[in-house]
Structures are given as structure tokens and as C-alpha cells.
Design a protein around this ligand. Structure first.
Ligand SMILES: *Cc1c(COP(=O)(O)O)cnc(C)c1O
Length: 397
């Protein structure tokens, strides 16, 4: 079991704020500032370049990768950190395409995050081998898995609606058709247990600044199933993915195991922030987390539906079919969300009309949900959102 009152106390939450956006950027763990300061002053400051060995910097991408691996059901030694999620999507998809050389179709859904789709489009263009990206409605994915398919590329939890794909069933179906899978865990890792190994997932990627609380700009991770890694020819063949980076050879030879999915210099200061966040995650029971998340999202939906008839639930009603976020559609959703934020209930807005609220049991409890519902009900029942100040659209929504 996990003591969620204890984990809540491990976060710095701004005074009076109910933070329902940990699905987009996790809040600051209290231990992070000191851990990052130690990396700056004791490690960088005192050890300078010897920090790569003496502070363990060079091993952190795989050391911390294994700690994330526990949360997502990966085999030890098969997760590595680095770069941003968009880059990891590109790497995983390129490697997956190579594994099925005689097929040309990549299947994804229209609920996927645009960056994943854009990266696929760019990769297809630079390969110039006639690959086709097929984008279908989320509920139609299973019906489009057939003998043409090379790669099934999906984000498990839809960033807008929270709809959850059945990883085990879709992976099995893709394998039966002779395809491989790339799963994006951006809204799953840290939201619920994932069982990559049990699902026989081929590739997975995700980020650490959302549910995993490693801070803005924190690195992404990539998983490659042990059965594939020796056959993966890295598309982004940087020196730290080389078999012997410090031999400085002029020809590229892929490194051993997951190390080959590294590209360049790891972001050490950001990895220090991740270390502090993982100190919390190391003690979290993922089944308890999922149970607590479902309790919170059910409470929120019931509260909002009882008080705000003008908001339409945009997330699956069945808690087993959604992640750890709840979305409501409202035509003036942007303004309504700004009104919430002005009253210290912080979620976000996704075009065209989605108000999105994330529930992270590590720092959100039932009392917070009640307060958030009361604030939202006041805004909606009294049209408090209908104010020009809430309709000025910022760069980040
Ligand atoms: C958040 C998110 C991204 C963002 O990618 P970055 O390269 O980290 O900016 C990509 N894909 C999905 C599915 C996401 O949810």
C-alpha cells in the first residue's frame, strides 16, 4: 500500500492551489531543489568533468531507466532516457519499420498527439520508400489491423479525452497480423501500471515531465523488447549509442542492448530532478495508485454532472476505459478554464472545446476534488467565465 497523505507532503504545491494538471506538467517535489543544487554545486562544481564517472552521470540514463521500467513492466536493462518524446517516437518508429521491411502501412488513430503523427510523416518522407500513414478513428483501430500492416503506432491514453486503448489485445492482434507495435505511454506512465512485458509490446516511449514529475524539459524514455534490440539499427546514430564512444572510430557500430538508443550527451541537471521524483515513485504501489485515481475521477465526474449540466463528459464513463484524467466539452471551454485558473483550480484546455482535469493521487485527495467541483459549479452556474479577460488566448493553453 502507498500512503498518499505522505506522498502529498513530498510535493511543493502553491498555497491554495488545487493542481489538476499533473498530467501535463507534474508539480515540484520538495526534494528536487536540493538534489539539483547538489548536482550543480557538488557534482558539476567540485567534480567538473570527472562527474561523468565519479558522479555516475554517464550511467544515469539506464540506471534511472530501470526505475521507470518497474512502473511500466519493462525487463531490467531495456529502458533508456534521453532527448524529448518526439525524438523517441521517431527512433522507435524507424526501428519498428526496419523490422517489417516488406510492408508499407503504419496505422495510428486520430486521437494521437499531433507530434507523434508529424514525426511519422517526416520519417516516411525522408525514408522515401512509399510508406503510408493510415489515421483512423480510435474505435476503428482493431478493424484496420490486417496483413498490410507493418507498424501499429498508438498513444495508449488519448491526451484529449483520456480514452484508454487495450494494449494487450491490440498488441496481440497486431502480432497475429505480422506487425510490430510502438506504444506511446506519455499519459500512462505514472498514471497506472503498465505491463509491457506481459503484453509483449515491441517498442514503447514516454516522457518524464507529465505524471512522473521530473520538471519542464525533462528527458523522455524508450523501451525496446529484448527480442528485438539486437536487430535494431538506430536511425539516430549518435556517438553515445556507439559500441565504443571513446574509441572515436569513424564508422558507426551500434552499442550493446538498449545503450544503442542513446544519441548524445545526457541532460544531467534534468536527470537530477528526475532522480528526486523517482525517489517518490520508487515507493508507490501502482495498483494502489490506479485504485485511488479511479476513486478521484469517479468523484469528480459525479460532482460535476450533479452541478454543471452544461458540461458534457468527453471521457469514457467506464473508469477501466480511461486514464487518470477527465475531460468535459464546453463551447466556451477556454474561457471557463481561465476562470477556474483565476480561482486556483488549475487544469488546461485542448482545442476545440475540451476542459481537461488530471488526477494524480500522489498529491490530489478527495477534499481537493470537492473544492474543485465547488469552484467549477460556481463558475458554470453563474456564467463567471463570460468575461473578456478570460477570452484572451495565450501561447500555451
Ligand atoms: C506530451 C506528448 C508529447 C510531447 O513531446 P515532446 O517531444 O516531449 O514535446 C508527444 N507525444 C505525446 C503522446 C504526448 O502526450
Amino acid at each position: 500500500m502507498t500512503d498518499f497523505a505522505a506522498t502529498k507532503d513530498m510535493f511543493h504545491l502553491p498555497e491554495g492551489m488545487i493542481y489538476l494538471d499533473g498530467n501535463s506538467l507534474g508539480p515540484l517535489p520538495k526534494a528536487t531543489a536540493a538534489r539539483v543544487a547538489r548536482a550543480v554545486t557538488d557534482e558539476w562544481g567540485e567534480k567538473v568533468i570527472t562527474g561523468w564517472n565519479r558522479a555516475g552521470w554517464m550511467a544515469q540514463p539506464t540506471d534511472y531507466g530501470d526505475r521507470i521500467g518497474r512502473l511500466i513492466g519493462a525487463e531490467a536493462g531495456h529502458v533508456v532516457l534521453g532527448d524529448t518524446l518526439s525524438i523517441k517516437v521517431y527512433q522507435a518508429l524507424a526501428a519498428a519499420i526496419d523490422l517489417v521491411p516488406d510492408r508499407r502501412v503504419i496505422l495510428t488513430d486520430s486521437g494521437n498527439f499531433p507530434s507523434d503523427i508529424y514525426m511519422a510523416e517526416g520519417l516516411i518522407k525522408s525514408l522515401g520508400r512509399g510508406h503510408e500513414l493510415r489515421v483512423v478513428a480510435p474505435e476503428d483501430v482493431a478493424n484496420h489491423i490486417n496483413d498490410d500492416l507493418a507498424v501499429l503506432m498508438l498513444t495508449q491514453v488519448d491526451y484529449r479525452t483520456g480514452r484508454l486503448h487495450d494494449m494487450a489485445a491490440l498488441t496481440e492482434k497486431a502480432h497475429a497480423a505480422g506487425a510490430v507495435t510502438v506504444w506511446d505511454l506519455a499519459h500512462t506512465a505514472g498514471a497506472m501500471a503498465v505491463d509491457l512485458q506481459g503484453c509483449r509490446a515491441d517498442f514503447a516511449v514516454g516522457c518524464t515531465y507529465k505524471y512522473l514529475d521530473a520538471g519542464p524539459g525533462a528527458p523522455a524514455f524508450i523501451y525496446v523488447a529484448p527480442r528485438h534490440i539486437d536487430n535494431c539499427q538506430p536511425a539516430l546514430s549518435g556517438w553515445l549509442g556507439h559500441e565504443a564512444p571513446f574509441a572515436f572510430d569513424l564508422d558507426y557500430r551500434p552499442g550493446t542492448g538498449i545503450e544503442r538508443m542513446r544519441v548524445g550527451t545526457p541532460p544531467v541537471l534534468q536527470l537530477a530532478a528526475l532522480d528526486a521524483a523517482l525517489d517518490i515513485w520508487d515507493r508507490v504501489d501502482m495498483d494502489a495508485l490506479r485504485a485511488a485515481s479511479i476513486t478521484l475521477t469517479e468523484q469528480f465526474i459525479a460532482g460535476v454532472e450533479a452541478t454543471c449540466p452544461m458540461l458534457a463528459l468527453a471521457s469514457p464513463r467506464d473508469p477501466q476505459a480511461r486514464g487518470s484524467q477527465v475531460s468535459f466539452a464546453f463551447e466556451q471551454g477556454y474561457a471557463a478554464m481561465q476562470a477556474c485558473i483565476a480561482r486556483n483550480v488549475v487544469g488546461d484546455f485542448r482545442a476545440p472545446d475540451i476542459m481537461r482535469f488530471g488526477f494524480c493521487p500522489l498529491f490530489i485527495d478527495a477534499g481537493d476534488v470537492d473544492k474543485a467541483v465547488a469552484v467549477l459549479a460556481d463558475i458554470m452556474q453563474n456564467n463567471l467565465w463570460d468575461d473578456p479577460v478570460y477570452k484572451q488566448v495565450s501561447r500555451v493553453t
